[in-house]
Design a binder for this molecule. Structure first.
Ligand code: AQP
Length: 335
């Protein structure tokens, strides 16, 4: 499936909760738009998810559910490679090599580590700290040219670029230096109840997020309950993050510009706007859920997608790792 004529694109999501609108608008929507022009690899990064406590049975179920949701959102396994991270052992092998050229200081500066340490104060494990090295391995293993991410992942991607450059300088040209692809809008969808923080799939308060599998009624209710600010104008305004976030979501879902939405709702109330937004989210979710319900039941199809994905990814990953092992001075095993 590797297409030498197309640039390589890589992205992934950790199965650490329910896929939400933030993940869709910040990542998956762009994947779908880029998969024709790129040789794309989309990961379900289950190894990353272990940095936070998981229930094994739920994790297993969620991984398969994520694959079905990727497909339901428009990722076509005939065009793109869908792969579960733990199916390709080279991810952790390359991580080890990269960890010896990563400084503690670099990892200490990662804001996601600081945020997650606060959020999971009882479980600040080494994996949480070294997470960005595994992410660098995910990207560099496939010689990715382009990595679509939300703004929250920009710092991690910078580290991947630094490590690729460092390795290339220290040994010799080995890795492609990946470019970030951060969407102009949708890069940061905010929480519905606390619009100062981003919408996160693992948020314990489910009213903060709309998941891709929320029923249309639940989605409408969550929009109705979303925090709006004092004031009544439906306008983009930095000092009113609640309504601004809802406006941005509506613009992304409907494809209408912010300016045209502001005009449409001039003189109307928050409740009018929320009703329209709730309906448009419900309309957006319905066909995705319909397709999801079809795909998730077809276990043999999902299995074939994953087998094909693992086979393709394994071949490419092994090629890079063999090169890396040779460059760092490892002897090939005797046959
Ligand atoms: N709120 C968001 N707005 C825009 N993009 C977002 N992404 C996540 N949240 C938003 C993008 O979705 C992809 C998923 O990344 P991840 O699973 O590796 O982890 P994350 O960035 O930590 O995402 P979450 O949803 O916040 O997960 P949890 O709750 O588990 O920490 C990335 O491309 C990300 O930019």
């Amino acid at each position: 499936m590797a297409d030498a004529a197309k640039p390589i694109l890589l992205s992934g999501i950790q199965p650490s909760g329910q896929l939400c609108l933030g993940n869709y608008l910040g990542a998956i929507k762009n994947w779908v738009g880029l998969q024709d022009s790129h040789d794309s690899i989309f990961l379900v990064v289950d190894m990353h998810a272990l940095t936070v406590k998981q229930n094994p049975a739920e994790l297993r179920k969620r991984c398969l559910s994520f694959v079905a949701q990727y497909i339901a959102c428009g990722i076509d396994p005939k065009k793109s490679t869908i792969v579960i991270q733990s199916h390709v052992p080279q991810h952790s092998e390359l991580m080890w090599i990269l960890s010896s050229i990563t400084s503690m200081g670099e990892l200490n500066r990662m804001t996601q580590f600081k945020d997650k340490s606060k959020k999971h104060a009882a479980n600040i494990n080494a994996g949480l700290f070294t997470y960005p090295i595994l992410m660098a391995a995910d990207i560099l293993l496939y010689q990715a040219d382009l990595v679509p991410v939300g703004a929250d992942q920009k710092q991690h991607l910078e580290l991947s670029r630094d490590l690729a450059h460092r390795f290339n300088t220290q040994y010799s040209d080995t890795f492609t230096i990946p470019e970030p692809y951060i969407p102009k809008s949708g890069a940061r969808v905010m929480s519905l109840q606390d619009p100062e923080k981003k919408m996160s799939k693992s948020d314990e308060n489910l009213n903060n997020l709309i998941t891709l599998l929320d029923s249309p009624d639940v989605a409408r209710k969550k929009v109705k309950r979303a925090v709006t600010d004092s004031g009544s104008e439906i306008k983009l305004d930095d000092s009113r993050p609640g309504i601004s976030n809802l406006l941005q979501i509506y613009s992304l879902i409907s494809g209408n510009s912010i300016a045209s939405i502001e005009t449409e709702f001039e003189g109307k109330m928050y409740s009018d706007f929320k009703e329209v937004l709730g309906n448009s989210i419900a309309e957006f979710l319905t066909p995705i859920q319909h397709e999801y319900n079809r795909v998730i039941q077809d276990k043999s199809y999902l299995e074939s997608v994953l087998n094909q994905g693992a086979e393709n990814a394994y071949y490419r990953a092994r090629k890079t790792l063999t090169k890396v092992y040779r460059k760092v001075g490892f002897i090939s095993p005797a046959r």
